[in-house]
Ligand binder design. Structure first.
Ligand SMILES: Nc1ncnc2c1ncn2[C@@H]1O[C@H](COP(=O)(O)OP(=O)(O)OP(=O)(O)O)[C@@H](O)[C@H]1O
Ligand SMILES: [Mg+2]
Length: 515
């Protein structure tokens, strides 16, 4: 096989592919104009971005761009204003006289459209424009149009800037701060791209403000800045309600076993880098982790965030029912939208069956609601752009509606089984170390052998209980004390043997072993 050639020369963020700015938005807007929508409305506080986007589109289509504002009147971009066009009515009258194709950006114009004459003129203009490639673009932070006009107007969602849109600004801010304030900078181009990615979710100006704030707080622009901007972003978005951001306190270093799941996650990290994407790797969307109680499902879901350096947020699915009765769907919608803004993010839904299970059973009183909630979630899973990775866990996957488990929803369904001897040894070593004990002083092989049937959580509990016993007897913790604790404990796999077996049987054919 020939060696894989990097598509982009290493170390040059500016050398990223010569794609136009805001590629998707660019194409979308060009299509609207090309398909002869006479009036397009963009509700956004980010006027500068609209202007830049329109300049690109106008150039692309080879048409003139005119701009109007109440202070400058109507002018061709970078040209002198046309005489006597400050008044909105005169501006519209003038546009009617201009010949040829063109795009007319009218800033803050919505507020004048209540005037009957102006509204009528605009509608007449719209009628004439249908025959030629001419479009009026209205922008305003808040767009309220009279009903008559509304029917003629095509709304355009500008959306928030993507990482690529933010990157030039990010580089500019850092280089300015380096020059003017002597802030040391040690970020390589890849880190800068990641920095831009971490700021996605905020409008451009706000993103750059958050960046400046984080740099000033640190006094330098180094690798730690990547986390710092996530923190600032989180503050800026003031997360509340259903989504709660969680400290990233686990990585796969804290997980024993689950080797297959761990490899899977590690491999997917590349798909999240620009190089990986250019190579054609498809960014992962999510996993569902199911299995025996206490074997590390929730822990593994959290560890994904640590592994990838993503933000971690938990969606409290249960609250959809108790806390937001009557408004569950709206809140879920809002939460998912917020998740998108917090990207790059691992969205953790623990025990997903709690919110969506009864969607499967028509007899349940909540069935209608959970069906609608499920539909909202599934649509989101299908449509969303990458940047949010869903890590869901389920203790009882059998009650989940089949739509959720269908191929293509989750990238993979993993099954976490009771740990084997080797993993149990690792569990003892890990949890002894976590409690400040030197694992070398214990007979790990013996502990591993003797603890057949114990889950990770139960092994951790053995150590906790052993520490109590040792402390009250004024002894150090020993292998013997742990073995004695084991004797007096019945693991779940014994007390609820049937249940555990049925979970295993179910998973055998339907999920991939995590280990
Ligand atoms: N594989 C493991 N590696 C390291 N620690 C583990 C492992 N499995 C369990 N533990 C320990 O047990 C605790 C509980 O595990 P966790 O909550 O992740 O299990 P779970 O599978 O989600 O259980 P449940 O079904 O009760 O929700 C973890 O916080 C961790 O301390
Ligand atoms: Mg759990």
């Amino acid at each position: 096989m020939p060696p894989v050639r990097p598509v982009v020369p290493a170390g040059s963020p500016g050398a990223a592919s010569p794609r136009p700015k805001q590629p998707n938005k660019h194409d979308e807007l060009r299509l609207l104009i090309n398909s002869r929508h006479p009036i397009i409305a963009v509700e956004t506080p980010e006027e500068d971005r609209v202007e830049a986007l329109l300049a690109d589109v106008a150039m692309d289509l080879g048409v003139g761009l005119y701009e109007w504002s109440v202070t400058t009147g109507l002018a061709k971009a970078h040209g002198a204003p046309l005489y006597n066009t400050d008044s909105p009515e005169q501006a519209v009258a003038n546009i009617a006289l201009i010949q040829g194709d063109g795009i007319f950006l009218l800033k803050d114009f919505a507020r004048y459209c209540d005037n009957d004459k102006i509204c009528r003129r605009l509608r007449d203009l719209a009628e004439k424009f249908r025959a030629v490639r001419r479009s009026i673009v209205l922008t305003a932070a808040k767009m309220e149009l009279p009903a008559d006009l509304e029917a003629e107007v095509m709304p355009f969602q500008l959306g928030l800037p993507e990482a690529e849109d933010l990157l030039p600004g990010v580089m500019q801010v850092l280089s300015d701060m380096n020059r003017e304030q002597r802030i040391p900078m040690t970020l390589n181009p890849e880190a800068m791209r990641q920095l831009a990615q971490n700021l996605v979710g905020l409008p451009q100006e706000e993103a750059l403000r958050a960046l400046r704030k984080s740099v000033l707080e640190r006094g330098k622009a180094d690798a730690g800045l990547l986390d710092a901007v996530l923190e600032t972003k989180r503050e800026a978005l003031r997360t509340e309600g259903l989504i709660e951001t969680v400290r990233r306190d686990a990585s796969f270093l804290d997980v024993a076993g689950l080797r297959h799941l761990r490899d899977w996650i590690a491999k997917r990290k590349n798909a999240l880098t620009p190089e990986g994407r250019r190579f054609g790797l498809v960014p992962p969307k999510g996993v569902l982790i199911t299995g025996v109680q206490g074997c590390g499902k929730s822990l593994a879901a959290r560890a994904v965030a640590g592994e990838w350096g993503f933000e971690l947020a938990r969606l409290d699915a249960g609250a959809l029912y108790d806390k937001y009765v009557g408004e569950s769907e709206r809140h879920l919608h809002k939460a998912l939208e917020l998740a998108q803004r917090l990207a790059p993010l691992v969205l953790w839904i623990d025990e997903i069956e709690k919110a969506f299970a009864s969607a499967g059973s028509s007899g349940d009183a909540d069935a209608g609601l959970s069906q609608r909630l499920l539909a909202t979630l599934l649509t989101w899973m299908q449509d969303r752009e990458s940047g949010v990775f869903l890590a869901a866990t389920s203790n009882n996957i059998r009650v989940l509606p089949p739509e959720m488990l269908r191929k293509g929803r989750f990238d993979e369904i993993f099954f976490v089984d009771l740990p084997n001897t080797e993993v149990r040894v690792a569990l003892f070593a890990l949890h002894l170390k976590k409690r400040g004990r030197d694992a070398a002083g214990f007979d790990l092989a013996r502990l591993g052998e003797a603890s057949e049937g114990f889950s990770g959580a139960e092994i951790e509990q053995l150590i906790v209980a052993g520490l109590y016993t040792a402390f009250s007897a004024k002894l150090q913790l020993t292998t013997e004390i742990l073995l004695a604790e084991m004797q007096s404990t019945q693991p779940l796999s014994v007390t609820r043997a049937e249940e555990v077996q049925s979970i295993r049987d179910w998973a055998k054919t339907r999920a991939v072993p995590a280990d």
